[in-house]
Design a protein around this ligand. Structure first.
Ligand code: ZN
Length: 199
């Protein structure tokens, strides 16, 4: 199979042009192509799959993602860098988007402060002053300090606790969303106050 046909099968939506470029002249992309060719030539070819189009497609996809991620990590804007909770190091789909809607809503509200919080209503001059079931104002991040939630707070995993990660940083960060979900499901201090039938 010729080079052009291989390129067409790997990247059907991309027009491929084959051109000769002089080596070692800092031609944009040439150094990267050299590096990838070298890496490709070192692939373990004892596996029968490694020469199939499917294998190569997967490999190209993986490489493309790695290059994108590296580029993003080197160049992402300052506003993302702050990533108060260490978020979005790369433009991959954040896994927490798979959470059930109401849980995701809570997570995003706690991260952003845009939700049914006391300070949010104050900022916009609303009359509402929502309180937690424990009686404290319903402030952003209150859930980790709430006496009603405390018994259910999961431990911060050892590997994170070593770096001084706090409960709120862990639960709102990109590694703690499943524990956040569990915590919300086990507790509901922000929910409607208990009715007589609950007691
Ligand atoms: Zn509370």
């Amino acid at each position: 199979m010729g080079l052009r046909q291989i390129a067409q099968r790997l990247l059907p939506r991309v027009t491929t042009r084959v051109a000769w470029v002089p080596g070692h002249k800092d031609v944009l992309g040439n150094e990267e192509a050299d590096r990838l060719a070298k890496e490709g030539s070192e692939l373990p070819c004892h596996s029968r799959n490694c020469s199939t189009i499917t294998f190569i497609k997967r490999w190209v996809k993986k490489k493309r993602r790695e290059i994108q991620d590296d580029n993003w990590n080197d160049n992402y804007p300052e506003s993302y860098k702050a990533g108060r909770w260490g978020l979005y190091k790369a433009p991959s789909m954040p896994p927490e988007l798979h959470l059930p809607r109401p849980i995701l809503h809570r997570l995003l509200a706690e991260r952003s402060g845009h939700g049914d919080f006391t300070e949010y209503h104050e900022r916009f001059g609303h009359d509402a002053r929502p309180t937690c079931k424990c009686g404290e104002p319903r402030t952003q991040g209150h859930f980790v300090k709430c006496g009603m939630v405390a018994p259910f707070l999961p431990d911060v995993p050892e590997r994170e606790a070593r770096f001084g990660t706090t409960h709120i940083e862990y639960l709102l960060g990109d590694g703690g969303y499943k524990d956040f979900q569990k915590l919300v499901e086990e507790t509901s201090p922000y929910g409607p106050p208990p009715t007589e039938t609950d007691t």
